[in-house]
Write a protein of this length. Structure first.
Length: 245
């Protein structure tokens, strides 16, 4: 591969990693707003809706409807936050997985590797672990797989599987002991009295911090000798040389 092509490849991947980091920061801000404007106001919102719908009911039915409303508030207060946080959690994991797989495909195309990412069989069993293996074994990237960020992400992948494949329900007898140990050691994620994984805004902020940390390390490792600005200037200079030659 010529120098211009390699510089272009490094610059492209650096931009992808940086833009993904920016996206994750935005999701953090979005999560804070969702927590303040929706999650913390669920009982208030529901009671307001109930008051409107209950205006035309006879007085003798009012007590029954109030009891039903209280049950609905409790159920909505339980389920809606789970839906919100589960959705953000799985989206962030998907974002990380998708971007790393995209980078692997760019490397395959630009560096003309003989092995595609889909040719690898990952021991982790998902696209994220396959991307990690590809970056290490095929692209020879210094991937931070011994970092705290990655070790936590490995556990996030298992939590993600429980959420996606079992609706968050935890069968303690058959669940990975590492997951149970991880959850028991945290304050912002628990297994609730319905045996489901439950977490709040603070856990979302924590996982996003870890994703950002991993991508920042990877970005620095991918181009250890050049900043993004330096890569861009080298790319422009290489184009000018090609024009004059």
């Amino acid at each position: 591969m010529n120098d211009k092509k390699e510089i272009e490849t490094q610059l492209t991947i650096s931009i992808i990693l940086r833009s993904t980091i920016v996206d994750l920061y935005r999701i953090q801000q979005y999560s804070v707003v969702v927590n303040e404007q929706i999650v913390e106001k669920i009982p208030q919102i529901w009671n307001s809706l109930f008051h409107i719908s209950n205006q035309n009911h006879p007085k003798e039915l009012k007590e029954i409807f109030e009891m039903a409303n209280n049950l609905a508030v409790d159920e909505t207060g339980y389920k809606l936050p789970l839906i919100i946080w589960y959705s953000i959690f799985t989206y962030c994991y998907h974002l990380l997985e998708t971007k790393l797989n995209h980078i692997c495909k760019i490397l395959f195309e630009q560096r003309k590797y003989k092995v595609k990412i889909n040719d690898l069989v990952s021991r982790g069993g998902s696209g994220l672990f396959r991307a990690k293996d590809y970056l290490i074994k095929i692209a020879n990237i210094n991937f931070p797989d011994s970092s705290k960020e990655w070790n936590d992400i490995v556990l996030y992948s298992k939590i993600r599987n429980i959420i996606v494949h079992n609706s968050g329900y935890v069968d303690k007898k058959n669940t990975d002991k590492n997951i149970l140990h991880f959850i028991n050691g945290k304050e912002n994620i628990t297994i609730n009295d319905r045996s489901s994984i439950s977490f709040d805004l603070n856990f979302i902020l924590e996982i996003i911090d870890n994703y950002i940390g991993l991508l920042t390390i990877l970005k620095d490792n991918f181009c250890p000798d050049s900043t993004e600005e330096e890569l861009y200037n080298r790319f422009i200079n290489a184009k000018e040389v090609n024009k004059t030659s």
